[in-house]
Design a protein around this ligand. Sequence first.
Ligand code: NAP
Length: 329
Amino acid sequence: MVRAKRWTLKTQFHGFPKNSDFELKTVDLPPLNNGEVLLEALFLSVDPYMRLASKRLKEGDTMMGEQVARVVESKNPTFPVGTIVLVHAGWATHSISDGQALQKVLAEWPDSLSLSLALGTVGMPGLTAYFGLLNICGVKGGETVLVNAAAGAVGAVVGQIAKLKGCRVVGSAGSDEKVEYLKKIGFDFAFNYKTVTSLEETLKKAAPDGYDCYFDNVGGEFTNTVIKQMKKFGRVAMCGAISMYNSTGQLLPGPSPEHMIYGEIRIEAFLCTRWQGEVKQKALKELLKWVLEGKIQYREYVIEGFDNMPAAFMGMLKGDNVGKAIVKI
Ligand code: NAP
């Protein structure tokens, strides 16, 4: 008999999540049926989308999320013991799967590279950066790109892919340490949005001729300020709106219609899950290649211990992380 620990949503979040919103439960898992595997989590992801998606959970449900797991018992020949998989098993130490929704990590994954990257730069956040920048913004060499939450899991990859494509890249982040990191990984201009006296003036200074592409992770007032500085026919990839996820009051009005219309700006929201199958595998292989060649650098914010899942999640929402926030078991 295997005992699984699970973090559940005890109470719907109201505003910023609190420790008391979570409850740790232990359940006994049943024996495996034919075709099933038992999975043990190695690394779990904590992501901003969980704050939004939790609205769709019932109180008492297990928190959702992806993990890198090892098959520790198998009655499914496709996934023998020892196979490493990606699985959406939620915040759980152990889970049972019939194999249908399991994804093996890339066959070419080298032993030297931490498997945690399959939840970050060479995983969902990396794919979000890749498709958002290349397919939604349709970025071209020579253009000026702006990205916010730039030192995070998605943002740092956006900036580095934009540099690989020959763009000028501006990034904002919430601490001086993060700004230093952005400069180190090649951003042309980086600033701390919490300490600048005027966001509008800083954005103008960073790109006096305006922005061709804006990869938006933050939304709200930041976005309303940026839209006024987009070039004609500018493109906005609306990836996330983390500044609003914990809001309890009325949402802010959107960007200035005058600037949108006269600038003929295109804003497109997207979910990274739009790209599946071969196109997704090709992107993952390209991200892995860039990492192995040192063309994309990465940092991780690793919290140890399953019991610290809520702390890791809340820390990430507060901005404690440089790079991808991960929990290691
Ligand atoms: P992340 O950037 O690694 O972590 C979240 C970061 O958001 C924090 O480190 C913090 O950094 C910043 N932040 C928190 N509150 C903020 C605020 N009020 N204003 C500005 N920044 C704030 O997270 P991620 O996984 O890369 O996700 C980034 C964004 O992409 C999120 O909005 C997420 O929902 C979105 N996303 C969308 C998709 C999709 O398919 N559309 C997929 C993945 C992620 P600072 O210190 O810089 O404030």
